[in-house]
Design a protein around this ligand. Structure first.
Ligand SMILES: Nc1nc2c(ncn2[C@@H]2O[C@H](COP(=O)(O)OP(=O)(O)O)[C@@H](O)[C@H]2O)c(=O)[nH]1
Ligand SMILES: [Mg+2]
Length: 186
């Protein structure tokens, strides 16, 4: 039985808090407060610290995913390093309704470059709000990941929908198991 520490990263509004609350089997810990940030006035609440939730899947054989949502805004980037230790997997979240979603993700790919390039680190990109904006499409996201040398599946999801988040995290779990078996065999 093994637990996996999963870092959930992405810009403000990309659904980190929503996805973790939708799926968590324990009461989520979150540090959302009323927004006083002029850049993000469209969102009533914003995360200043982190979100934490847990979920189990039969495929994990009694183990669980420990989900850590990292604060989105750049002014909290110091927290990212603190959260990075012992991470087994990274869920990148992107908000398709933003003005420059590909550019936003590039920023995170750059910030997490070291962590993302570690061998056997399981990475997945989840894209939300495709109902609001269908572009960039899946192929464009895949292309961006390739440019950065990141090998990760792209999953379209709605962070408000349980099954949608479940499907994304199952994909991640299956990949985690493959990657970790590979490591043990080394
Ligand atoms: N229309 C739409 N809204 C979504 C989707 N996924 C998440 N949301 C909404 O987007 C917002 C995401 O905010 P939040 O979870 O606080 O983002 P965070 O800053 O990354 O923690 C919430 O209001 C969600 O209800 C989606 O696929 N479509
Ligand atoms: Mg949040």
């Amino acid at each position: 039985m093994q637990d996996y520490k999963i870092l959930v990263v992405g810009s403000s509004g990309s659904g980190k808090t929503t996805a973790i609350s939708t799926i968590s089997e324990i009461d989520v810990v979150n540090t959302d407060v009323f927004n006083s940030d002029y850049e993000n006035l469209n969102k009533e609440m914003t995360t200043v610290g982190l979100d934490y939730g847990e979920v189990t899947f039969p495929v994990l054989q009694g183990g669980k995913l420990r989900l850590y949502g990292a604060p989105g805004q750049q002014r909290f980037s110091f927290v990212w390093q603190a959260l990075a230790s012992g991470v087994a997997g990274i869920v990148l979240l992107a908000d398709n309704s933003q003005e420059d979603p590909l550019g936003e993700l590039q920023y995170y790919l750059q910030c997490f470059k070291t962590l993302l390039s570690e061998t056997k680190k399981t990475v997945l990109l989840g894209v939300v709000k495709t109902d609001i904006s269908p572009v960039p499409d899946k192929a464009a996201w895949q292309q961006l990941l390739e440019t950065f040398g990141v090998n990760a599946p792209v999953v379209i999801l709605d962070a408000r929908e349980y099954e949608s988040v479940q499907t994304m995290l199952l994909t991640l779990s299956e990949q985690l198991l493959k990657d970790n078996h590979g490591r043990m065999g080394k």
